[in-house]
Design a protein around this ligand. Structure first.
Ligand code: ZN
Ligand code: ZN
Length: 387
């Protein structure tokens, strides 16, 4: 009898403790959800949802990679990643890296060649091409995160404020991860740009953020839009998406080709390697300049994030004539040394005779006359095992 009673007592205690733990977790989750607020964006419905349903690149409401990925996260993979994180690499600088500060006057004079590039840090690139101004993946937030108080914090200030930017013809987004799609920047840029060009599904976020529908141009892979005489084409990428933290793939990710009457460029977004980049090169190359992501690679997620050596391969595939590495130097999103992507780009470029340009953040240049590569970053030990 006594035994049965104490067993019941324990069961009841266990139940109470479980309920308290579950309740607290729910409370914290609800709090975080509220803190994230508008950052999370919206979900597709109506016409947009129907378009996604009809797209060959979506199945059951979720975007699919053109070449399947092997991201079967098992315990072994997790353990490997934890081991890498413990590798002791210097993933952040001690002091903000040097940048060039810009004002509106910097854009007063038009580029003599008709093509000028300004790197704003990470994947944010401003391009003046054939008399149009295009801004890719603008992130001005202090953190690449759904929260203002936690998440990867930028190493350096932005080189220019949104107010000081020139008038824009297009803001182009590659996918909806926080280091590429910055809610507050989008809201502030709305009066400044003629339109936003986004992969299919991302319009739902922009609508949630009250961007006027006529300013949203949503493209599926291989679809094109026109900005005056310039063609903007959404091309495939091999990645994933989501803003809730669950990577739910409810919006498409893309790379972009821009073809003007005089100049052409390619923007990789985030991607893994795939043969389809050859097709991009056939259709829209050769490119005067390519912006290819190099940082945030990891041994356990190679299918969705190319490393610097693969970035050089992508540049070759798309027929790039000059490559500028992006997606490094601003946020700590992986476990490699923060200067390692640039060092590995230099090694891989030398081996393949690839022309590269590695400007400081804010340093303007014309691809017709790019500055020589100069190591403006500090010397930080890096893994040279497989450059
Ligand atoms: Zn991403
Ligand atoms: Zn990214």
């Amino acid at each position: 009898m006594g035994k049965g009673k104490s067993k019941k007592k324990w069961k009841r205690r266990l139940l109470t403790v479980s309920l308290v733990v579950a309740g607290s977790l729910l409370f914290v989750a609800a709090g975080l959800f509220l803190a994230a607020g508008k950052q999370l964006g919206g979900s597709a419905s109506g016409e947009r949802f129907e378009r996604m349903q009809a797209s060959p690149n979506f199945r059951a409401g979720k975007a699919r990679n053109p070449v399947p990925t092997d991201n079967s996260w098992g315990l072994a993979m997790m353990w490997e990643t934890i081991k890498d994180y413990r590798g002791g690499h210097k993933t952040e600088p001690d002091e903000p890296p040097p940048i060039v500060r810009l004002t509106t006057e910097a854009f007063a004079e038009k580029p003599t060649s008709g093509l000028r590039v300004t790197w704003l840090g990470h994947s944010s690139v401003l391009v003046e091409i054939d008399e149009k101004v295009i801004l890719f993946d603008p992130v001005f937030a202090e953190r690449a995160s759904m929260f203002s108080f936690m998440g990867p914090k930028r190493f350096h200030p932005t080189p220019i404020s949104i107010d000081a930017l020139p008038v824009l013809d297009a803001v182009v987004i590659s996918h909806d991860h926080y280091d590429h799609l910055d809610y507050e920047a989008v809201v502030q840029l709305a009066p400044k740009t003629t339109a936003f060009y986004v992969p299919l599904g991302i319009g739902a976020h922009l609508e949630e953020w009250e961007i006027p529908a006529e300013k949203i141009v949503e493209l599926d892979w291989w679809e094109e839009a026109e900005v005056g005489e310039i063609k903007l084409a959404a091309c495939p990428a091999r990645h994933f998406s989501g803003r809730s933290g669950f990577n739910d793939n409810k919006t498409l990710w893309a790379s972009w080709a821009v073809a003007g009457p005089e100049h052409r460029l390619f923007f990789s977004g985030d991607t893994g390697l795939m043969d389809l980049f050859e097709r991009v090169g056939e259709l829209y190359g050769p490119f005067d300049v390519t912006f290819i992501k190099v940082g945030a690679y990891g041994r356990t997620w190679p299918d969705v994030h190319i490393d610097p050596k693969e970035a050089i391969v992508v540049n070759e595939m798309v027929r790039g004539q000059l490559m500028m590495p992006t997606h490094w130097g601003t946020f700590n999103l992986s476990y490699h040394g923060w200067t390692e992507p640039a060092e590995r780009v230099i090694v891989a470029a030398e081996r393949t005779d690839t022309r590269v340009v590695i400007p400081k953040v804010g340093q303007m240049f014309e691809p017709a006359n790019p500055p020589a590569v100069e190591r403006w970053w500090p010397e930080v030990p890096w893994r040279k095992a497989s450059p």
